[in-house]
Design a protein around this ligand. Structure first.
Ligand code: GDP
Length: 357
């Protein structure tokens, strides 16, 4: 799935929109060669101006509405992220007011064009058109704050991460420098894509691998699942919890060599927090950097992990040790979900096919 706000256009300010509409109307009017007497000419010119102003404004605002999804209709992952970034009520209220502006401009257009058609005096026709301009501008000024708000929202929302919500996903967690991105690169053959993600300047890394024609997605979240949740503010926590809608399996990485800079004690503490928070997911725990770690420390971590009822796995993301087994464990856990998903997709396709027959 793409970022649902990818197509949301830049939102013009009220002044820019009014300006654009009036300029287009002047251009259209000057390109027109009206026919008939002075009254008929005035009618044609002013009607064209009114219609052009109305069209430009409505097209612009309509495009904004058409390309902006409502927050409530989004998949849960995006919905929760959006809620951390914008005020959902205000966002919807602003969209509703844009809709109101479209309708109001359309009404004004119809009323003024009608008045012009009944008017016999070229001066009055020009006056009516000016009056329409004033009222149309007032409507747009009325929604000036909404347009500004929507533009601010757009600037944040267009940076939502692009992840495939359909694919079963492995989320990697662990302190910085334990080897998360090295592992992601080792597991997924494609060069991981970096997708932006609110609250982490580094973005999230997304990679995929394929096994027996089924695809899996691996996500590394620098800055997110690498320090205690208790140190996070409310908004950050929510951004982290949104990951729950992606994760099917959590791969938690320990670095028993402690070269990452975090003593084992701190690592076990972080593990406990994340394990508690993401308790509903299956966890795979790996001990990375076994190529350089002391056997004693490895054993200490293993003991801790076993005390949590999980059988740890020794790996080296750098030289590839243990990675085949890690993949196997991931697949074993995720495969039933993948097959379920594949079945659903196939049934959908079949239904479509049958309907077409
Ligand atoms: P991240 O911050 O958790 O993504 O950690 P990185 O993947 O950037 O790894 C941090 C450092 O550890 C890098 O210098 C890696 O080369 C190194 N590293 C990662 N995995 C291993 C490993 O299995 N063995 C060794 N010796 N070094 C590793």
């Amino acid at each position: 799935m793409k970022n649902p706000f990818e197509k949301m256009p830049t939102v013009l300010t009220a002044d820019e929109l009014i300006d654009k509409a009036f300029r287009r109307a002047e251009k259209a009017a000057s390109a027109l060669t009206p026919k008939g007497g002075p009254r008929a000419k005035a009618r044609q010119r002013e009607e064209l101006r009114i219609r052009t102003v109305s069209n430009v404004i409505r097209d612009n605002l309509r495009k904004l509405l058409d390309r902006t999804p409502g927050v409530s209709e989004l998949p849960a992952f995006y919905r929760e992220l959006v809620d951390t970034l914008v005020d959902r009520d205000q966002f919807h209220r602003s969209l509703a007011r844009v809709n109101w502006a479209i309708k109001t401009i359309r009404n004004l257009e119809q009323r003024y064009v009608e008045k012009i058609r009944y008017s016999r005096d070229p001066d009055e026709i020009a006056r009516l058109r000016r009056s329409f301009y004033g009222r149309a501008a007032d409507v747009i000024k009325d929604i000036a704050e909404d347009l500004e708000y929507l533009n601010q929202a757009r600037n944040v929302l267009k940076d939502l991460p692009v992840v495939d919500l359909e694919l079963p996903t492995v989320v990697i967690a662990g302190h910085p420098n334990v080897g998360k991105s090295t592992l992601l690169r080792a597991l997924t053959n494609a060069k991981p894509e970096v997708a932006s993600y609110p609250f982490t300047t580094k973005g999230i890394n997304v990679g995929q691998f394929e096994e027996h024609y089924l695809k899996y997605q691996v996500i590394d979240t620098p800055g997110l699942l690498d320090r205690p949740l208790s140190e996070r503010n409310e908004v950050e926590r929510q951004a982290i919890l949104a990951l729950k809608h992606l994760g099917k399996v959590i791969v938690y990485i320990f670095d028993p060599s402690e070269y990452c800079g975090y003593p084992i004690e701190e690592q076990t503490h972080l593990f406990e927090e994340i394990h508690r928070e993401f308790g509903e997911f299956p966890f795979i725990v790996v001990l990375n950097k076994v190529d350089i770690a002391d056997e004693e420390k490895i054993k200490a971590v293993e003991e801790f992990v076993r005390s949590k009822g999980i059988e740890p796995l020794r790996i080296s993301a750098l030289n590839g040790e243990g990675l085949d087994e890690l993949k196997e464990r991931v697949i074993k856990l995720v495969k039933p979900m993948v097959e379920e998903q594949a079945k659903r997709i196939m049934e959908k396709e079949l239904r479509k096919y049958r309907e077409e027959l």
